[in-house]
Design a protein around this ligand. Structure first.
Ligand SMILES: Cc1cc2nc3c(=O)[nH]c(=O)nc-3n(C[C@H](O)[C@H](O)[C@H](O)COP(=O)(O)OP(=O)(O)OC[C@H]3O[C@@H](n4cnc5c(N)ncnc54)[C@H](O)[C@@H]3O)c2cc1C
Length: 370
């Protein structure tokens, strides 16, 4: 690869995982970030859950990268630089429709290679978590929690230690392909800037489709235009007497309002999922709705006070049939832009998958560099 530049746009946890992996393999790796700090958007506004891989369609990138990422994250935590906990999770069904969904998750899990799952009959749920109620449960022991900011810091310092360069306060406005090179133009520290590169990785999260569009790609034909689904969180005041995560059966565009406890013992309810047109992080939901929703499977939640915490926004690909789409991770050679890699629609389980995405993108670059 010699002295060519590689430029990554976006220092969320996914861009940083790619940064860390590419800096091990190549010289001249740069990561541009419009904010002053790393991981200050979706990567720090999520549930921090290390997903097992039961939710995703077998054979999809989400399924494969989540299951690989789950293992890789627990390995990273062994370094002692990132806190995580293998708390385990119970997904609970209410009624026949949800029972079927749970059975489907179990089958997905088997096909995706998720280890140690167990279906739990209604009368046994209380043995796992006192007062937990439902008609069927699915226990996944490999689910856990991780501190997202510490994970981002880990990838960031790995990338820097291996010779990569972080360029903060640098907004990439557009990317153009000219004479076999990409020119990325924008504003850096209040001034116009330009950087050129043979390889570009677009990991701009909520804005990735805009960068793809600036290049000249037809984002509607390619179905790259993401839609925004916001999720609000409420923080539980007081201590919940268990660490196991509890989820309802998944919904159309989200996993349902769950009860999780993070690595520092803070418990939360959330997120819900509603579509928005433009990005803002204001909480629009009602605390009582969250309590009602969680009390369907954990009635004692009614004895706790909850307060507004934060909101996050999922960049979602919606397929023509109305279903949520897979991650798009694609080198655009076939569309006339060789060496340009787009990552679009990296919603959940993007945090879990991040170390596997880092390796996947580095291998992709390696495959056309030969
Ligand atoms: C409510 C919610 C809950 C979730 N829960 C989980 C979970 O429990 N487990 C899980 O695995 N995943 C979860 N996810 C998904 C996970 O958070 C994301 O997949 C992941 O954080 C995506 O990381 P990213 O780096 O792609 O995006 P981002 O974190 O959005 O990073 C993109 C970066 O690019 C920068 N950027 C954008 N445009 C430009 C530009 N033009 N120039 C320069 N920089 C730019 C941004 O400032 C940002 O820092 C959840 C997501 C949400 C919204």
């Amino acid at each position: 690869m010699g002295n060519h530049n590689i430029v990554i746009i976006g220092a969320g946890v996914v861009g940083l995982a790619i940064f860390s992996e590419l800096a091990k393999r190549y010289r001249n790796v740069y990561i541009l970030e419009k904010n002053a700090n790393i991981a200050s958007e979706t990567s720090s506004r999520n549930s921090g859950v290390i997903h097992s891989g039961i939710h995703y369609k077998p054979g999809s990138l989400k399924a494969n990268l989540c299951v690989q990422g789950n293992n890789l994250l627990y390995e990273i935590c062994k370094t002692g630089r990132v806190n995580c906990q293998k708390s385990g999770k119970i997904t609970v069904a209410r009624g026949n429709f949800e029972i079927n969904k749970i059975k489907q998750l179990y089958q997905n899990g088997l096909r995706n290679g998720v280890k140690g799952m167990r279906l739990i009959e209604s009368e046994e749920l209380g043995k796992y978590i006192p007062a937990l109620e439902g008609d069927l449960g699915l226990f996944t022991p490999s689910t856990g929690v991780i501190e997202p900011k510490e994970l981002a810091d880990f990838f960031y310092s790995e990338g820097l230690n291996n010779g990569g360069t972080f360029i903060p306060n640098t907004y990439a406005k557009e990317a153009k392909y000219e004479n076999g090179k990409y020119k990325i133009k924008g504003i850096s520290g209040g001034r116009e800037f330009e950087i050129s590169s043979e390889i570009v990785v677009n990991a701009a999260g909520l804005y990735a489709h805009e960068i793809a569009k600036s290049l000249g790609l037809d984002i509607d034909r390619l179905n790259y235009r993401v839609r925004y689904f916001k999720g609000d969180y409420f923080r539980i005041e007081g201590k919940i007497p268990f660490n196991t995560l509890i989820y309802p059966a998944p919904q159309k565009y989200g996993l349902g309002i769950h009860l999780t406890t993070d690595v520092y013992g803070v418990s939360r309810l959330g997120p819900n999922s509603y579509e928005i047109d433009s990005i803002d992080y204001k909480i629009n939901s009602n605390a009582q709705e969250f309590i009602e929703s969680v009390s369907r499977y954990y009635p004692p939640i009614k004895n706790y006070r909850i307060s507004e915490d934060f909101a996050g926004i999922r960049p979602k690909i919606i397929l023509p049939n109305g279903e949520g789409g897979d991650f798009i991770i694609r080198e655009e050679g076939q569309n006339g832009y060789p060496g340009f890699i787009n990552l679009i629609g990296i919603d959940s389980p993007g945090l879990t998958s991040s170390p596997a995405i880092g390796k996947y993108v580095a291998d992709l670059i390696g495959s056309f560099e030969k």
